[in-house]
Design a protein around this ligand. Structure first.
Ligand code: B1M
Length: 838
């Protein structure tokens, strides 16, 4: 977070960065391979077994002008070291790594305040929960241990690098900050789509990392300097801290089974020059770069003009007032962009006044909250407010669960809405990204509780203009509270650009002057260069035709300069007002959003009669008119949205009116195809793919048990069929469907699971005397494994027939692989099995 500058600003490394450009070294892995590191050998072991090689490598980089050395500790963590009796401890490996780099510097005679040792921390190699099995706090401890050891051994700075998952990056940065007093550089690996594997764009990374006080933000690995240039440009446009760029020497090409890197030292340095001119303060190299690359880089770029990061950032901020950026793992949402419509914050994940929702939350049931996330997004919400304030419930635990589970199924940023500091602390720590915090107010107790938490974890902050004396009637008094909050935040290092002020809508029924006062306070706050938000629906409390009043008040607030509106996105009048006012006030260039909205919501006369919405939206705020329902069948929608409990319930409902195979073929598979298309077109990312897969599996489990119970009498089995997803491929939903249908037709299925080696498949066919083997593969990259399996089967067991299936296959491909049969779906495999031995 800008302004919340680190207390270690006087550290020699940061002081050097304010003076001049620094050069990192190049690759470690590629260079060690050239010195004899064998495939599969752990590179960090060389710190103990071949220390002279490591020192020599460091010296080769120092000799060409590098002034930051990366320790040989990339993969050193508790998962790889210190687990085997007799093996070296993690402490030995990391300490040696730091000392060898220090030894090289000392031998070079370079001054201590010009040449630095960066403790290298790479990714854990595991997937973070809830999608994987590495819990957030376990990841923090894993990285903290390495950071503690490295700092004690004398590292100057921590380099967290090659991270391709935003959440793991957060764990590593928090760990390094909490375990050491060193500056921390955080480096991510972006793909050609300019996002991390977790789908995170550069702006979202910058917002989260600056909020957590990263001292340098960086991109490394993955691409060469030419293809990393657009990412560097985006990082430099967004970041206020210095930026490091360490690309590969181009995209690797396989030669004789080994990767080679095509970008020559001269090309590398030439392309890096462009990145330096954009303002990168630190430059280095990753895979495939050698001392020759760094020599060229230092020689060609060392003399170019250098602008310190704070001057570069100040120039950006002067060009346009800085918005408050909030993020999820997949997107950054700016609040307060000039000439933009207000950001729509969905208010529906809030049990206030909703008895059934409260009872469900008290029982630990979050399904309505998850369904609201999906339906509010469908109705245009850009941010989701999450409030778990239920009397009698454990709010910290519930809010933590809600934040975690919501982030697994939605890519929208969340607004964490609680008045309980303990709940806020837990949710902020576990949040994947940089949230909006709702809220602080002018009471000293609130300022004391909330500001330190936001300063520590990052976040934009909604500030309510009330204090110990209540909500002032006068707009000027509300402004005075806003300014007091602004000043208190600044003392905690939270800049005004991160604050969004809510001048509080009050019921016009209770006080006819209230709406005017709120609008005037809003204008005053705006006139002081501050941002605003408003929960609009309070204005109509106790009055008839609430949607009409709410929509009109929203229009007036937009006119007064509203930056964010907290409202019910299911309310059509509110969304109509938002789009129409934004268009008329020139906040919607070219009327683009208005036209898209109008196309999706034709005028009432032409529209179909309103239908009732699904349960999730049926208890919309009093008087709100629900928007048109989504057209997708509920089971399809539940799978696409990754909602497991809903998928289970909707599968049961679907089975009441359709046969099981129809549910599979017309609802489950098309939903997965939709998610696959979204993934391909970068509208969805791995987390959504995984949640959709889990929802599909939950639906399929219902179908499986329906099939099993409809056919309780055991019948003799026909013959054994071996089934497997081939080596390297973990997609097994299709194979599982095929197994169930084959079993339903009385075949004995030996299911070997997924990612199965050719030899294991042949062995199972031999042992079970199976006349038929069914193979599944869903990726072009795993077709060779399928071909290898078929060849091995034909060679070892020529009498065994092979039947293949999976999304990437066609009859032509199957013929090329020499399969005996291609089955486009499960029923076709049954027909083929019957044709062999009826
Ligand atoms: Co991934 N995935 N996925 N994925 N995934 C695809 C396959 C992909 C097409 C998405 C896309 O880009 N559009 C793409 C492959 C691109 C390509 O190679 N051309 C892809 C990718 C790239 C990946 C990863 C590499 C992503 C990453 O990590 N960067 C990764 C791969 C990991 C690995 O395998 N090493 C990955 C991971 C995953 C999840 C884990 C998240 C999850 C799988 C969970 C699981 O299976 N347990 C997943 C999912 C869900 C999909 C999609 C969306 C859906 C697959 C599916 O289940 N379809 C998929 C997109 C798509 O296919 N539209 C995609 C429904 C299923 C019922 O159909 O398997 O075809 P299918 O089975 C049918 C028939 O084909 C036939 O009968 C079945 C029933 O009718 N059949 C057989 C299948 N096997 C048969 C065997 C037989 C007979 C018939 O023998 C007798």
């Amino acid at each position: 977070m800008r302004g919340a500058m680190s207390s270690i600003a006087s550290h020699p490394f940061l002081a050097a960065l304010a003076r001049c450009r620094l050069f990192f070294d190049g690759s470690t892995g590629t260079m060690l391979q050239a010195r004899g590191l064998c495939p599969g050998e752990l590179p960090e072991l060389w710190n103990l077994s071949r220390p002279e090689e490591i020192v020599a490598l460091h010296q080769s980089y120092l000799a060409v002008g590098a002034n930051v050395l990366t320790t040989n500790t990339f993969g050193a963590n508790r998962l790889h070291y210190g687990t085997e009796a007799g093996g070296p401890s993690l402490e030995e490996v990391v300490t040696a790594g730091v000392r060898l780099a220090r030894r090289a510097i000392e031998a070079s005679g370079r001054p201590r305040d010009e040449t630095f040792v960066a403790l290298d921390i790479g990714p854990s190699g595991k997937m973070m929960a809830p999608l994987g099995d590495l819990a957030f706090e376990a990841a923090v401890e894993l990285f903290a241990e390495v950071a503690r050891i490295g700092a004690a051994a004398g590292a100057d700075v921590v380099l967290v690098e090659t991270m391709n998952d935003a959440y793991e990056t957060k764990a590593a940065l928090l760990a390094a900050k909490e375990a050491t007093a060193l500056p921390v550089i955080v480096s991510n690996t972006y793909d050609e789509g300019q996002a991390l594997l977790s789908g995170t764009p550069p702006e979202a990374m910058v917002a989260m990392l600056e909020g957590l006080h990263a001292d340098v933000i960086s991109a490394n690995c993955g691409l060469g300097p030419d293809r990393l240039l657009p990412v560097a440009r985006r990082l430099l446009a967004a970041a206020h801290v210095p930026v490091l760029v360490s690309p590969n020497a181009g995209l690797p090409q396989l030669r004789d089974g080994r990767p080679t890197y095509p970008t020559s030292p001269a090309q590398f340095a030439e392309q890096m020059g462009q990145i330096a001119d954009l303002g990168a303060s630190l430059l280095g190299g990753c895979c495939g770069t050698t001392p020759d690359h760094i020599r060229e880089l230092v020689q060609r770029v060392g003399q170019r003009g250098f602008v310190p990061a704070d001057r570069r950032a100040a120039a950006h901020d002067a060009a346009a007032p800085a918005p408050a950026i909030i993020t999820s793992y997949a997107r950054a949402v700016p609040i307060g962009l000039p000439s933009s419509p207000p950001v729509l914050i969905g208010e529906r994940i809030n049990p206030t006044g909703r008895k059934a929702f409260q009872a469900a939350l008290r029982a630990g049931d979050l399904s309505e909250a998850l369904a609201e996330a999906a339906s509010q997004k469908a109705d245009g919400a850009q941010v989701l407010d999450v409030n778990m304030g239920v009397p009698g419930a454990d709010e910290p635990a519930l809010l933590l669960r809600a934040v975690t589970e919501l982030q697994a199924i939605t890519d929208l940023p969340l607004q964490i809405d609680t008045s309980d500091p303990a709940a806020l602390a837990l949710a902020l720590r576990a949040y994947n990204g940089k949230p909006l915090v709702n809220s602080v107010n002018g009471k000293q107790a609130s300022l004391d509780a909330v500001l330190p938490l936001v300063a520590r974890y990052g976040g934009a902050l909604v500030c309510l203009t009330l204090d110990e004396s209540g909500i002032p009637a006068s707009p000027c008094d509300r402004l005075a509270i806003a300014l007091r909050i602004r000043d208190a935040a600044a003392e905690h290092g939270i800049p005004a650009s991160e604050l969004v002020f809510d001048p509080l809508a009050m019921s016009a029924g209770a006080d006819p002057d209230a709406p005017q006062a709120t609008l005037e306070a809003l204008s005053l706050i705006r006139a002081h260069g501050l941002k605003t938000s408003l929960g609009v629906s309070n204005v109509s409390f106790g009055l008839p035709r609430r949607p009409l009043l709410n929509a009109t008040f929203l229009t007036l607030a937009i006119r007064a300069g509203l930056d964010a509106a907290i409202l019910n996105p299911h309310s059509l009048p509110l969304r109509e007002a938002l789009h129409a006012a934004s268009a008329l006030l020139r906040l919607d260039p070219g009327f683009a959003a208005y036209v898209a909205f109008a196309a999706a919501h034709p005028a009432p006369a032409a529209a179909a009669p309103p239908a009732t919405r699904p349960a999730a939206a049926s208890n919309a705020s009093a008087g709100d008119v629900p928007a048109a329902p989504a057209a997708q069948p509920p089971l399809y929608a539940a799978i696409v949205s990754g909602l497991k409990p809903q998928a289970t319930a909707e599968a049961k409902a679907a089975l009441a009116s359709r046969p099981p195979l129809e549910v599979i073929n017309q609802l489950i598979i098309p939903a997965l195809d939709q998610v696959g298309r979204d993934y391909e077109q970068r509208r969805a990312f791995i987390p959504q793919l995984m949640m959709a897969a889990e929802a599909a599996q939950a639906a399929f489990a219902v179908i499986q048990s329906a099939l099993a119970s409809s056919d309780a009498t055991p019948r003799p089995r026909k013959y054994p069929i071996v089934l497997a997803t081939v080596r390297g491929d973990i997609h097994d939903i299709g194979k599982n469907i095929v197994r169930t249908i084959l079993e339903n037709y009385d075949y004995e299925v030996i299911d070997l699971g997924r990612d199965v080696a050719p030899e294991a498949i042949v062995e199972a066919a031999r042992t079970h005397h199976a006349p038929l083997v069914g193979l599944s593969a869903l990726m072009t990259t795993t077709l060779p494994a399928m071909k290898e399996t078929i060849a091995l089967l034909h060679r070892e067991l020529p009498h065994v027939k092979t039947c293949v299936g999976g999304a990437v296959l066609t009859a032509e491909y199957a013929a090329e692989l020499h399969a005996d049969h291609y089955a486009p779906d499960a029923m076709d495999s049954v027909r083929y099995a019957e044709s062999l031995l009826p």
